[in-house]
Design a protein around this ligand. Structure first.
Ligand code: SP5
Ligand code: ZN
Length: 360
């Protein structure tokens, strides 16, 4: 007797994206968002018997539902322009990485002019130096977005739960910015696809260790999509540093449709699961008709990118709490960087959700 499963959308095209490490505090380091992540997740899914399907290829114009066209066009062309400008030979940098940023204090109230130099243009759309662009970054990002939107369309078609094995991740990509190893916001695209498919009220619950500043940005002014997140307190020195505080509650019509539950760095299961319960209560109060879960497992004990120390059992209990919402659900992969445990954490969490039912 095999355990309950549901379909997983995955594509080998994630391998086109090799970030080539990252520049962190000025130092080139190997980075943790590596190609092996996507393959380890697939192996664990297959091992547990999850049916694995290819994404449907969508026209890239769907990206404009959540992203500004200028940023999308930048991502599409940045690498080729970088190579054409000769940076790989001189100074010897084969990835697109910025060196200067148009801080609001330095440029507001002046007419904005897109800088001519590719190394300066790189600072217009990215928040940080860790999110490098290589030859296949845009193609892989498009395919990750296809995975998320395909999963949403399957749920609209009546499949109760679908997992999108997105790589690169997406929740740090906003309307007109990208960063934190993210380029296009897969979860936001899934939520938007559910809205466009006829559902009036959707909720995004974000379990990644970091605040999803991109998803918050995309839905901040909107009342139709709730964004609710538990994450390591940015006020304690953690990425994304500037955003993700509890007093960010949405704006205008979106007031009250944004919930941030920052938790202390060394948190453990107890306070984290209490926050997950608060997110679930917000989903109920929002009267959501469908759920998108930004499933990062970088909160797990031992992960190199967060101090939260959540156990595997903690993730399983979070999955059971989400299953108790009894909503059609799209899981979207975000972070998770402990390569020895990544596959088991992801598939264990999905399996816990499947076993808990997810339907009345
Ligand atoms: C999707 C996601 O989980 N993105 C998180 C990116 C967080 N990056 C923060 C800066 C990287 C610093 N990494 C250096 C680790 C040294 N121990
Ligand atoms: Zn993360």
């Amino acid at each position: 007797m095999s355990s309950p499963t549901f379909p997983a959308v995955w594509t080998e095209r994630h391998r086109l994206h090799d970030p080539g490490g990252e520049v962190w505090v000025g130092v080139p380091i190997p980075g943790t968002e590596v190609i092996a992540r996507g393959d380890l997740i697939r192996a664990a899914l297959a091992e547990a018997g999850f049916p694995i399907v290819d994404p449907v290829v969508h026209d890239p114009s769907h990206l404009h539902r959540v992203h500004g066209p200028a940023m999308v066009d930048y991502l599409r062309t940045a690498y080729d322009n970088w190579v054409a400008a000769g940076y790989p030979e001189e100074p010897g940098q084969d990835r697109v990485v910025p060196y200067i940023f148009p801080l609001p204090a330095a440029v507001t109230d002046r007419p904005f002019r897109l800088p001519a130099a590719p190394a300066a243009r790189a600072g217009v759309y990215t928040t940080d130096t860790t999110t490098q662009i290589g030859p296949g970054t845009y193609a892989a990002s498009l395919s990750a977005a296809d995975c998320a939107v395909t999963a949403a369309e399957m749920v609209l078609g009546g499949t109760r739960t679908v997992y999108a094995a997105c790589r690169p991740p997406g929740h740090h990509a906003g309307r007109a910015f990208f960063g934190g190893s993210c380029y296009l916001n897969n979860a936001a695209l899934a939520a938007q696809a559910l809205r466009d498919g006829g559902l009036d009220r959707v909720a995004v619950v974000d379990l990644d260790a970091h605040h999803g500043n991109g998803t918050q940005d995309i839905f901040y002014d909107r009342s139709d999509v709730l964004y609710a997140s538990v994450h390591v307190d940015p006020g304690e020195g953690w990425f994304p540093h500037f955003v993700g505080f509890a007093d960010e509650r949405g704006r205008g019509p979106g007031e009250g449709a944004n919930l941030n539950c920052p938790v202390a760095p060394v948190c453990g299961d107890g306070p984290w699961l209490e926050a997950v319960e608060a997110l679930c209560a917000a989903v109920v109060a929002h009267r959501a008709e469908a759920l998108v879960v930004s499933l990062g497992v970088d909160g797990a004990a031992g992960d190199p990118e967060s101090p939260l120390g959540i156990s595997a059992d903690g993730f399983h209990r979070a999955a059971e709490a989400l299953a108790g919402l009894y909503l059609p659900t799209v899981f979207v992969q975000e972070g998770g960087y402990d390569l020895d445990r990544l596959g088991g954490l992801v598939v264990g969490t999905l399996s816990a959700f499947a076993s808990a039912g997810g339907q009345p």
